[in-house]
Design a protein around this ligand. Structure first.
Ligand SMILES: Nc1ncnc2c1ncn2[C@@H]1O[C@H](COP(=O)(O)OP(=O)(O)O)[C@@H](O)[C@H]1O
Ligand SMILES: [Mg+2]
Length: 228
């Protein structure tokens, strides 16, 4: 059964004062559940905007975005309950403990097992000894682990990560890449990561580069292709 995000002939442009900025035109892309994707490209190329479009959080100027789930085809904004987001700046709530940051999305959905599930996911990302710590008491890498646990706790079909290792040192970045790819794979979630990090990008099954409005496919290394 297919479970895809399909962007067809997408154009995105912004009109500010008297200038029109066109980020991309005629863009086509299919993202499948269970697969991993990396998008690289220079600052300002439109990578974050593309993530917002493919997650259905923003509408394109023209073109169509559809969510194909088995027999059903829906407009992309209906994907909202099936996606998780991870950002460079972590975006954790400073007043809440790690446990409550992860449990919150479930509590908001009325899940009675929110705390148990949150503990499970914090254990999965290696933070079983940090349940009661607030974000300010955690390192950058630990905060990003909390953010990953929070994004995956309700087992979304797709995870979007916008420069998830951008604020981390090399060692933490490599650990976060491991956790992100492993957790998404175990959960059969599609992963789309925007990144400047080669270490992160080369772990993805599919690589794209966005520059000057064009999305181009990049070769993944032969070993990776052979192992997929
Ligand atoms: N809502 C908006 N209105 C006007 N311009 C925007 C808007 N969103 C993004 N842009 C512009 O689009 C360009 C691409 O932004 P962005 O997607 O953040 O790029 P990247 O993530 O690749 O650095 C930037 O020049 C930005 O200023
Ligand atoms: Mg960006």
């Amino acid at each position: 059964m297919p479970c895809n995000i399909e962007l067809r002939n997408i154009c995105q442009s912004f009109q500010t004062n008297d200038t029109k900025v066109t980020l991309f035109e005629g863009l086509n892309l299919t993202i499948s559940r269970g697969k991993s994707y990396a998008i690289t490209g220079p600052s300002g190329a439109g990578k974050s905007s593309l993530l917002m479009l493919m997650s259905g959080l923003e509408e394109p100027t023209s073109g169509t975005g559809t969510y194909v789930n088995g027999e059903q085809t829906k407009p992309l904004p209906e994907l909202r309950s099936d996606i998780g987001f991870i950002f460079q700046q972590f975006h954790l709530l400073p007043e809440l403990t790690a446990l409550n940051n992860v449990a919150l999305p479930l509590k908001l959905r009325g899940d009675k097992n929110a705390v148990t599930k949150a503990k499970h996911w914090l254990e999965k990302v290696g933070l079983q000894h940090r349940f009661d710590h607030k974000p300010s008491q955690l390192s950058g890498g630990e905060q990003q682990r909390v953010a990953i646990a929070r994004a995956l706790v309700f087992e979304p079909k797709f995870i979007f990560a916008d420069e998830p290792t951008g604020n981390l040192d090399q060692k933490s970045a490599s650990e976060i890449a491991d956790i992100l790819f492993t957790c998404c794979q175990e959960n059969n979630a599609g992963l789309v990561a925007v990144t400047h990090s080669e270490v992160l990008a080369e772990r993805a099954q599919h690589r794209f580069s966005l520059a000057e409005g064009q999305l181009s496919t990049q070769e993944t290394n032969i070993l990776k292709v052979a192992s997929c």
